[in-house]
Design a protein around this ligand. Structure first.
Ligand code: FAD
Length: 412
């Protein structure tokens, strides 16, 4: 009987196990999870979880009974510490060795720490796990002024969430715009205005120099020497992939574990998926590593199908992502970072936005705010490779829904 060992019990690791059972896999399925808690959703951590007293169970992907019923062994609070490829075994933090026929690396990513003075003082927080979120929400509750370092998705989501609690928030970002690695300048500018309207003191082009305080954090010092007082500091400076295990086992890594179109490493028994995997995407010109629920779930489903022998097409799921920042839902379809031309739809509504992102004549993707209909159409356009031209979009009367309907009619 074949056995599958999954290193990492997060979004991707859980999904492989669930999809294997759904497809009728009858071998042993073991998830080894560094975190003691059953697999849960991370997106609410930076949105609702930190501003409410929601119970942890509300985050669970499935209750304990699901694992029992499906005979999925969840070994919480244990780490995979080494892979012996020749013997096809992994070593656990308990010292035990586990044999595998297929090993899935779903180890996720870890927060990037900043090499500044004061970074390890009490009162300095990071946010990746439910445990981090619970510590942060206790810190937020007791604080009246919060400094956030980093203007990416997580820093901004937390800023919007804690503003609704009436806390003072200052957010410092080293780059000259928000979410600079992920969205167009137009969307960055839109969110800068919205966060300032929500009352966050956003400082761009403001690198952190140090966290002040002796016994606990008392604020941040930024480039130029200004010290901004704060009761707590959240460092939200991005992540790095957990690819050390693979590297130590002689597998290639480069900002993530390198895999082919079937998420397979150079060792045919070992897969890597989710935040820790780097792959060639048909939606980008370069190799990518994506940090999204969609990517983790779809890659996990593909690997389960591969193990079952039913996957013949390489990974080509349309990438999509969302971020809730206060009342503004940002949705991105496609990988828009390489865009050289952005066309904004003329909506006449300040709280909504549609940005069509092109590279040359090719539509790379669509970024929307509070326009879920266009986001869904965007998924269809990229999935079916439908043509949307720059000239069409630039026309003041352009209507995406009517355009897609016309294309569908013409194709019949
Ligand atoms: P993870 O879910 O991080 O799971 C990896 C697990 O592996 C972790 O539990 C880790 O402890 C464990 N692990 C690591 N090394 C080992 C080892 N050696 N042995 C055993 N276990 C190990 N995505 C969206 O699409 N939309 C959002 O709005 C959104 N919001 C987010 C908000 C927050 C606060 C965070 C942190 C992430 C958010 N994401 C969002 C990203 C999304 O949650 C991740 O892309 C997704 O969780 C990736 O799944 P994964 O299984 O690859 O990694």
């Amino acid at each position: 009987m074949a056995s599958v060992v999954i290193a990492g019990g997060g979004q991707a690791g859980f999904q492989v196990a669930a999809s294997l059972r759904q497809a009728g896999f009858d071998g042993a399925v073991t998830i080894v999870s560094e975190e003691a808690r059953l697999a849960y959703q991370r997106p609410p951590l930076s949105k609702t979880y930190i501003k409410t007293d929601a119970a942890f169970d509300s985050l669970l992907l499935r209750p304990e009974s699901f694992y029992e019923k499906n005979e999925i062994q969840f070994r919480g609070g244990e780490r995979v510490t080494a892979i012996d490829r020749a013997a096809a075994t992994v070593t656990l933090s308990t010292g035990e060795a586990l044999a595998y026929d297929h090993l899935v690396l779903a180890t996720g990513a870890a927060n990037r720490s900043l090499p500044v003075a004061g970074a390890d003082l009490p009162g300095v927080y990071q946010l990746r796990s439910a445990e981090d979120a619970e510590a942060l929400r206790a810190g937020v509750h007791a604080a009246s002024r919060i400094a956030i370092v980093g203007g990416g998705f997580i820093g901004l989501e937390v800023a919007a969430a804690v503003r609704t609690l009436g806390k003072d928030v200052v957010l410092v970002e080293a780059a000259d715009r928000l979410m600079g690695r992920a969205v167009s300048r137009q969307v960055s500018a839109f969110f800068l205005d919205r966060h300032r309207e929500m009352g966050t003191d956003v400082r761009l082009s403001t690198p952190l120099q140090a966290i002040t305080g002796t016994k606990r954090a008392g604020g941040v010092t930024v480039a130029g020497g200004e010290t901004i007082p704060a009761d707590i500091v959240l460092i939200a400076a991005g992540v790095k992939p957990n690819d050390q295990l693979a590297r130590a086992a002689g597998l290639a890594t480069d900002n993530g574990i390198l895999v082919d179109g079937f998420m397979t490493t150079a060792d045919p028994k070992i897969f890597a998926i989710g935040d820790c995997a780097a792959f060639d995407s048909p939606f980008a010109d370069a190799r990518v590593r994506l940090e999204s629920v969609q990517n983790a779930v779809d890659q996990a489903k593909l690997v389960a199908a591969r193990i079952m022998g039913t996957a013949s097409e390489p990974y080509r799921s349309v990438p999509w992502f969302w971020s809730d920042q206060g009342p503004f839902k940002l949705q991105i379809v496609g990988l828009t970072a390489g865009a050289d031309h952005v066309e904004l739809a003329k909506l006449g509504d300040e709280g909504k936005l549609i940005a069509y992102c092109f590279k040359g004549d090719r539509l790379l993707g669509i970024e929307t705010v509070n326009r879920p209909g266009e986001h869904m159409l965007g998924r269809r356009i990229l999935g079916q490779d439908l043509k949307v031209a720059r000239e069409d979009v630039a026309h003041h009367a352009f209507d995406l829904k009517a355009h897609v309907a016309r294309l569908a009619e013409a194709a019949q």
